[in-house]
Design a protein around this ligand. Structure first.
Ligand code: 13P
Length: 345
């Protein structure tokens, strides 16, 4: 199946009330883990790469790996998405490199750390939407700054994230402004700020509604019932993955992520794309640490990359099942981005 635009998957998810995990990658093993998880659960797939990931792995490698995935798993619809594009130029270069969906994160300036204003956000996002839609590519925008309602600070994802203290207003997307933003930019999906942040250290105890504002999702969905919402920073940071890392020599501080049942609540209220990166990283690191600790004589990378890939696959499978995307792959009729150009109005 050709790589498909993200709008195709999110529209199907909305029609059938489920969410799709958007899983970050940096290398071949992570792509393999996601594809095997999708194959075993018959799930549609969103693979995403940040700017940092594109730099680390190089666009040519990434593009060919994703085309290989499409060839190896012909029954699965696959989206290749740019995570947190910092400028129209970044998004346009992603489109040139075969991405079928891009995020223009205009909530921050081009430096990827300074909160921007509404007018700037609309301007750059609209520019990207016009260019992307003309190529059949889908667009995610962001309104509100991702960051913790506990500390008032953003956490960087691959160098991208707000710096300094943010106000509660900046950290929570306003439903009315969201409606204006979607109208003005014509985005296909909107990332909202509700107190989630990137990385392992999201909450200092199991989150309550004070620090994880799921009621904000409900309010935005009520105001914008036809817009696909995106939850960033949505790793659950499972205790068992923290324990494996610490058992084998790691030094993670006790921490809490976004409980899967809260994400399921979001899915009931318009959340269609759920970004998960940290959980995969934790699974990989735990598995590698275990091999190093238990078999220090080993030095063939396959001896630790195989269990690492397997551990990430299990996390991906669990999320695909929990978010409800499992079983839907064969029900989605593939449409290539070329044929999708006329879809966007
Ligand atoms: P996590 O760090 O919670 O996995 O979030 C990843 C993310 O939102 C990527 O954009």
């Amino acid at each position: 199946m050709p790589l498909v635009p993200m709008r195709l998957l999110l529209d199907h998810a909305a029609e059938n009330n489920y969410g799709v995990a958007a899983l970050n990658v940096n290398n071949m093993e992570q792509i393999q883990a996601i594809m095997e998880a999708a194959q075993e659960t018959e799930s549609p797939v969103i693979v995403q790469a940040s700017r940092g990931a594109r730099k680390y792995s190089q666009d040519n490698y990434l593009r060919h790996l994703m085309l290989a995935a499409a060839e190896l798993y012909p029954s699965l619809p696959i989206v290749m998405h740019q995570d947190h594009g910092n400028s129209p130029a970044t998004c346009k270069s992603a489109i040139e490199n075969g991405f079928t969906s891009v995020m223009m994160d205009g909530s921050l300036g081009e430096d990827g750390k300074t909160p921007s204003d509404y007018a700037y956000n609309v301007k750059v996002t609209k520019e990207v939407t016009e260019a992307a839609h003309a190529q059949g590519v889908s667009v995610e925008g962001e309104l509100g700054c991702l960051g913790s309602l506990v500390t008032g600070e953003g956490e960087k994802e691959d160098g991208h994230g707000a710096e300094g203290k943010l106000t509660r207003d900046q950290l929570l997307t306003d439903p009315e402004e969201a409606a204006q933003f979607v109208e003005a930019t014509n985005v296909d999906a909107l990332a909202v700020a509700i107190g989630t942040s990137h990385g392992a250290y999201k909450f200092t105890s199991k989150p309550t509604g004070e620090v994880l504002a799921m009621d904000r999702i409900e309010a935005i969905h009520k105001r914008l019932p036809n817009c696909h919402l995106v939850m960033h920073g949505s790793s659950s940071v499972p205790q068992e993955l923290q324990d494996i890392i610490n058992k084998y020599g790691g030094k993670l501080r006790q921490t809490w992520g976004v409980p899967v049942e809260e994400i399921q609540r979001g899915i009931k209220h318009g959340v269609r794309k759920i970004n998960v990166d940290t959980d995969s990283r934790l699974a990989i690191t735990g598995a590698i640490r275990k091999v190093f600790a238990e078999s220090p004589e080993k030095f063939d990378p396959r001896d630790y990359l195989k269990p690492a890939r397997e551990a990430m696959k299990e996390v991906c499978k669990a999320r695909m099942i929990a978010f409800g995307q499992a079983g839907w792959a064969s029900k989605i009729k593939p449409v290539s981005i070329d044929k999708y150009k006329s879809y966007y109005k």
